[in-house]
Design a protein around this ligand. Structure first.
Ligand SMILES: *Cc1c(COP(=O)(O)O)cnc(C)c1O
Length: 493
């Protein structure tokens, strides 16, 4: 017998204690990150499916053949849902970021032009494409969107030169739920021989059931790949997404294969080597359980809730919905059309909403390459469970609005001025900054951000992000997050 260091019951009760501090994953209280179908049967089946494949290694579907069967069936379902024919093939990945990164990597492999390839997208495109360009050595060119978050097709078309490896459109965009004009963007790209990826990470399993949409998927001829997350509106546990690609030859460039080492022949369709089959099995089981009709019903619930919530925002003086959101998500901004003492700052509003039990996501203002500024917003993602507490949420939204109406938003410059004298100096002249971990900690400390966990109010933190040059904000946030997982100093518990 191996002497265990602790008994399993104690370990699990410790885990349960830790989990108590987590934001609630179910019940519709957190309006981002989690996607709750509201159906216990979905979660129970997913858990059982994960357990059933727990010991498998997704690295090798020839050894663990169940994985190939499940993946094939998931891809078949998604291909049909997204209007693809037999020419569309794909891969189940670990998430939206990996699907997007692989789409970019594939385009880079297939790029036949000279020089550094460019990745072209509206400025509203998901940060996963910034990451992909960074990892894979493409130049990211972001075309400014209008104040409503709409892509500028003419400007995108004008930028489609011979050095563009891939054009991206979102269906819809994450920040504002703007549906990019996929047909126009894809047609422009196709006529120049450029591939076009549709990022439907968030929309992929709801937009097929959303009323009144023009074609945006593989039914559009110039669309060459689509990403869609199973761990969003596929209601699967985190770790599952699909990347579908038109054309076998195009898709084969996604793979990495090598026999040039003394070990086993490596053939990886994704970034990972050894990988869990759990999220795939769960997604597969949920697809079997719900079927197309089940997903349609859940999307209909999201549609009813979203419509009601958009109307509710419309009834809150001082707030407005940004643009024309498509799908079960939207962003709200200050309504500058009303007098100052009637306006609502969306970040103060989100902080108040939290005190009423609902967590929404704060998004900073953003200056685009042409100097235009997209205002700060608060983002809400709506899932089927929301319908069961719609009245509660509508009331909380209205009350939160009443509580902060007329309270001016935090001025980014004032946040810096309020910081400790020498720290403010450091922040002001970012070029003089020594970017080491110790300096970062001092600055975070002076800003009251050195603890574990987030402060009560997020509005000042977001104002800080707005105030700082992005390189400085990225550096400080990296330190903040890295600090979260540093082991305790020796000698302490
Ligand atoms: C969520 C999302 C992604 C990234 O997906 P992750 O699963 O978080 O890695 C990419 N694009 C859009 C539009 C998304 O909503």
């Amino acid at each position: 017998m191996i002497p265990f260091a602790a008994n399993p019951e104690e370990i699990l009760s410790e885990l349960a204690r830790l989990r108590e501090a987590d934001a609630p994953t179910h019940g519709g209280k957190v309006l981002s990150y989690v996607y709750d179908s509201g159906l216990a049967a979905v979660d129970e089946l997913a858990a059982a499916a994960m357990l059933a494949v727990q010991p498998l290694n997704g690295l090798d579907p020839t050894t663990f053949t169940s994985i190939a069967v499940m993946e094939r069936e998931v891809l078949g379902f998604m291909r049909t849902l997204l209007g693809g024919d037999d020419d569309v093939v794909g891969t189940v990945t670990s998430g939206g970021t990996e699907s997007c990164m692989l789409a970019v990597k594939t385009a880079r492999e297939n790029f036949r032009g000279a020089g550094t390839p460019r990745l072209l997208a509206p400025a509203s495109v998901h940060a996963a494409f910034h990451k992909a360009a960074h990892y894979f050595g493409l130049t990211l060119e972001l075309i400014p969107v209008d104040a409503q978050g709409h892509a500028d097709v003419a400007a995108m078309t004008a930028a489609m030169g011979p050095d563009v490896a891939l054009v991206v459109a979102s269906a819809p965009s994450y920040p504002h739920a703007a549906m990019d004009p996929v047909a126009q963007i894809a047609a422009s790209a196709a006529s120049r021989g450029i591939d076009c990826h549709v990022d439907a990470c968030i929309g992929g399993l709801v937009l097929p059931f959303w009323p009144g949409l023009a074609d945006w998927d593989f039914r559009v001829p110039g669309v060459t790949s689509i990403s869609a997350d199973l761990h969003k509106y596929g209601y699967a546990p985190k770790g599952a997404s699909v990347l579908l690609t038109r054309g076998r030859d195009r898709q084969r460039s996604q793979y990495f294969a090598t026999t040039s080492w003394p070990g086993y022949p490596v053939v990886n369709p994704t970034l990972l080597g050894s990988k869990s089959a759990g999220p795939l099995a769960a997604a597969w089981a949920i697809i079997k359980l719900l079927g197309t009709a089940g997903f349609a019903d859940l999307a209909a619930s999201c549609h009813r809730s979203t419509k009601a919530l958009l109307a509710a925002v419309g009834g809150i003086e001082g707030l407005r919905v940004v643009g024309e959101p498509t799908g079960p998500l939207f962003a709200v901004a200050v309504d500058a059309a009303v007098p100052g003492d009637r306006r609502i700052d969306p970040h103060h509003w989100a902080d108040r909403l939290k005190t009423h039990g609902f967590t929404a996501q704060l998004q900073p203002s953003f200056t685009q390459s042409d100097g235009s500024v997209l205002p700060r917003t608060t983002h809400l993602t709506i899932t089927p469970v929301t319908e069961s507490r719609l009245a509660e949420l509508v009331t909380a939204m209205a009350r939160a609005g009443d509580e902060v109406r007329g309270v001016p938003g935090i001025d980014p410059e004032q946040v810096l001025a309020a910081a400790d004298g020498p720290m403010a100096g450091l922040l002001g002249d970012s070029s003089a900054l020594i970017r080491d971990s110790e300096t970062a900690r001092k600055i975070l400390g002076a800003l009251g951000l050195d603890g574990r966990g987030l402060p009560q109010s997020m509005a000042p933190v977001l104002a800080l992000v707005e105030a700082l040059p992005s390189t400085v904000a990225e550096w400080l946030l990296t330190e903040l997050l890295a600090g979260l997982v540093e082991p305790e100093p020796r000698g302490e518990p």
